[in-house]
Every structure is written in structure tokens, then in C-alpha cells.
Design a binder for this molecule. Structure first.
Ligand code: KIV
Length: 282
């Protein structure tokens, strides 16, 4: 059955944990969907794990629409949430609503996600007023990497923790249907989850959020960049891929591939005629 913003909210009410993973293409979306994951995030993390940028800042609306459309074609049951990239919702409310709308109209997303709390409450309000469901994102918001001075855990001091709580409350009050809590201490994640009626989806926010989200390349150990402490590796797909590629390289060289079972036959009379017509190969 298709997951919706309402079904995710029902999961919170029924104390059933929500699973979310990123996906950026059709094939992966199909596999994630087949596994029964509740929601797929077409995250702007695609800038790092798919496009090789150092952070998410260079990702464009066109990048997000392109990947979102592919994911939506593969996600039969999972709710598809697509990130608004850096500067697509910061300059004016009008531009924010138009860009959020493009992710639904052109990217086939069911909801959008944007980073920021109190300062973005008006933007969230305007987007939800346009009937576009918004997932908030507070705590370690990667688009603010330079103002944080790096990808740093947020909310560790009293003042910083209060700010994260205020941000989460503002996001809920503005009409978001759910919120990502990223890179905050576990007990802060728990407090916010208790305070909010909308579901909290944690990434590096401990065990007590209403759901969890991970970048799929991290949990499959495909991406050999920095591995945050909060990632659990469920498989070593990166190593398996390198081994398979190396095996293929070796078999192409040794002519073990292609073998009999990989080739197509043709009647020998046809080949005899062709050889007579075109001559023997040199
Ligand atoms: O872009 C992304 O993948 C995200 C997750 C890290 C939550 O925002």
C-alpha cells in the first residue's frame, strides 16, 4: 500500500517506527521500495554521493528534479520526499513556493524537505498553504556547513539545545507533516520527539525518534569518504562491487568472458555464404 504523509503520522500515533532511506535513481528506488521501506528521501546529499561534490551547496533544482523523477518511477509504495536545494527557498517566499511546486509537478515528489527552523517558519507556512507537504530538517543542517564551521553535532550546550527545540516547535507550528532531526544528542532527540505531535525522523539523533533515515551508500559501505559514528553498515557492497569489477577486468583480459553461454549462434550456411561474398578475415 502506498505510504502517505498521513500514514507516516498514523505510524507515530500507533508507536510504529518509520523507516526512510535515500535513493537517487530508478533502480535503487525499486530495490528500496521492494524492501518495504516507508519513505524515500531524494536528498541533496546526491551532490556528495552521486556527483562527487565536497558538500551539498552546488546542487541545483534541475539536479533534484532529474533524480526525483527517476526515483518516483521506481517507488510504488514508499512516500517520495525530495529536498529543496541550497538557495532555492532562501531568497523569497514566492520563489520557495514555486520551487517546491516544481519538485511535485516536474519531479513527481509527494512532499518536499527543507532545512531550517524559526527563520524558515514563514516559508514552510507558505509552501504548505499551497498544498505542498513539507518535511522540516533541524539540528545539523548540511546546507549550513560553512556557518557551522564543518559538519558538527548541534545542540550540545543549553543555549544550542534550546535553539534546536525552538526550531523544531516552529517547524511543527508552521505546518510541516514531519521533521528530520540530524546530528543532535540522543536525549535532545527524545525530548523533541515527546514534544511534537508530528513524526521525528532521526539521523544521528539517537534511538528515541519516531523513525530513522540513512544515506544508502553509507549503510551499504559504498562510499569510502568520511563515515559518521551514527552510520551502521548493513553490507559491504562497495567491496563486493570492486571485487566483481576486478574479476570482470581479469576475465576480459584472459578471454574467460564471454563464454559459450553468453554468445548468440548463427546458421553455418549463412556464414559460409558471407565468407564467400566478403572473403576470409585477414
Ligand atoms: O540530503 C540528505 O540525504 C539528507 C539526509 C542526511 C537527512 O538530508
Amino acid at each position: 500500500m502506498k505510504n502517505t504523509t498521513a500514514s507516516l503520522q498514523k505510524q507515530k500515533q500507533q508507536q510504529e517506527k518509520i523507516s526512510m532511506l535515500t535513493a537517487y535513481d530508478y533502480t535503487t528506488a525499486r530495490l528500496v521500495d521492494k524492501a518495504g521501506i516507508n519513505a524515500i528521501l531524494v536528498g541533496d546529499s546526491l551532490g556528495m554521493v552521486m556527483l562527487g561534490y565536497e558538500n551539498t551547496l552546488a546542487v541545483t533544482m534541475e539536479d533534484m528534479i532529474h533524480h526525483s523523477k527517476a526515483v518516483a518511477r521506481g517507488a510504488k509504495n514508499a512516500l517520495v520526499v525530495t529536498d529543496l536545494p541550497f538557495l532555492s527557498y532562501h531568497t523569497s517566499i514566492e520563489e520557495a513556493v514555486l520551487n517546491a511546486g516544481r519538485l511535485l509537478k516536474e519531479g513527481d515528489a509527494q512532499a518536499v524537505k527543507l532545512e531550517g527552523g524559526v527563520e524558515f517558519a514563514e516559508v514552510i507556512q507558505a509552501i504548505t498553504r499551497a498544498s505542498i507537504p513539507v518535511m522540516g530538517h533541524v539540528g545539523l543542517t548540511p546546507q549550513s556547513v560553512h556557518s557551522f564551521g564543518g559538519f558538527k553535532i548541534q545542540g550540545k550546550t543549553e543555549a544550542a539545545a534550546r535553539k534546536v527545540v525552538q526550531d523544531a516547535l516552529a517547524v511543527e507550528a508552521a505546518g510541516a507533516f514531519a521533521i528530520v532531526l540530524e546530528g543532535v544528542p540522543e536525549k535532545l532527540g527524545q525530548l523533541i520527539t515527546e514534544l511534537l505531535t508530528i513524526p521525528t525522523i532521526g539521523i544521528g539523533a539517537g534511538r528515541y525518534t519516531d523513525g530513522q533515515v540513512l544515506v544508502y551508500q553509507d549503510m551499504l559501505a559504498m562510499y569510502d569518504g568520511f563515515q559518521p559514528k551514527f552510520v551502521k553498515q548493513y553490507a559491504a557492497i562497495g567491496e563486493d562491487m570492486v571485487a566483481a569489477f576486478a574479476n570482470y577486468h581479469q576475465e576480459v583480459g584472459s578471454q574467460a568472458f564471454p563464454a559459450d553461454e553468453h554468445v548468440f549462434a548463427i546458421q553455418s550456411e549463412v556464414m559460409d555464404t558471407l565468407r564467400q561474398e566478403f572473403g576470409e578475415a585477414k
